[in-house]
Design a protein around this ligand. Structure first.
Ligand code: SF4
Length: 222
């Protein structure tokens, strides 16, 4: 069946709670839907919501090979807590990248670096799925301000759900505290947003991502 022809209540989803959006996509798309997990606090919330409702729910991560040790530790923690194995899609090894593009590509050409370390693995992760779930929120940046809770993703040709689109930072932290879910310890050290080591500094919102450059997105959500 053409996944686009699936009837999805896009407009109705806007008035649903985050939990209801999660239930909706599980009901309509599981097991051909997966959470894209970057081990930030938003994914901690979504992992908990998703796995409480469907222990067999699918979760994948993009391993750029330059994530923080704290992020890899959070990865192991959530796998143990929920008894899951996160599906992994990787960028090239540092050695292979250096041989092809030279050292420190993130400094010389961050767009290309993101393209081969994040965007290409995402394409492989989404191939064969009917939908994906993302933790992005509207208040994180102007580029995310119009994020719908549920929409057809034209670029990747599948459904995309953002159950936390309307949540604030305070909403996320309230859920984390109430459910005592494991979160990346870097958040407590001033990193509101967490990506790769070379391109992430402490900062509010997404200020710490590619700080000092005009780059604001890695290309996964544009
Ligand atoms: S965030 Fe930085 S290190 Fe990570 S893929 Fe993009 S440019 Fe490369």
């Amino acid at each position: 069946m053409d996944v686009r022809s699936l009837t999805m209540p896009v407009e109705e989803a806007e008035v649903l709670s985050a939990e209801q959006v999660v239930e909706l996509v599980l009901e309509r798309l599981h097991p051909r839907v997966a959470l894209a997990c970057s081990f930030q606090k938003e994914e901690s919330v979504l992992l908990d919501m998703l796995l409480e409702r469907e222990p067999g729910a699918r979760v994948f991560a993009l391993d750029t090979h330059v994530l923080f040790p704290e992020t890899y530790a959070t990865w192991r923690t959530v796998e143990q807590r929920y008894g899951i194995e996160v599906e992994v899609f990787q960028g090239p090894s540092l050695g292979r990248q250096a041989a092809t593009h030279g050292d420190a590509l993130w400094e010389r050409d961050p767009e290309l670096c993101c393209a081969i370390r994040k965007v290409a693995p995402l394409g492989r992760a989404l191939a064969g799925l009917d939908g994906w779930i993302s933790g992005i929120r509207r208040d994180q940046s102007p580029t995310r301000a119009e994020t719908p809770k549920l929409a057809w993703d034209e670029r990747h040709e599948l459904w995309k759900a953002c159950p936390l689109a309307g949540w604030t930072d305070d909403d996320v932290w309230a859920y984390v505290r109430e459910r005592d879910v494991p979160v990346n310890p870097l958040h407590e050290r001033g990193y509101a947003s967490i990506g790769c080591t070379h391109c992430t500094r402490p900062g509010d919102g997404r200020d710490g991502r590619w700080a000092g450059s005009s780059k604001t997105e890695c290309g996964l959500h544009v």
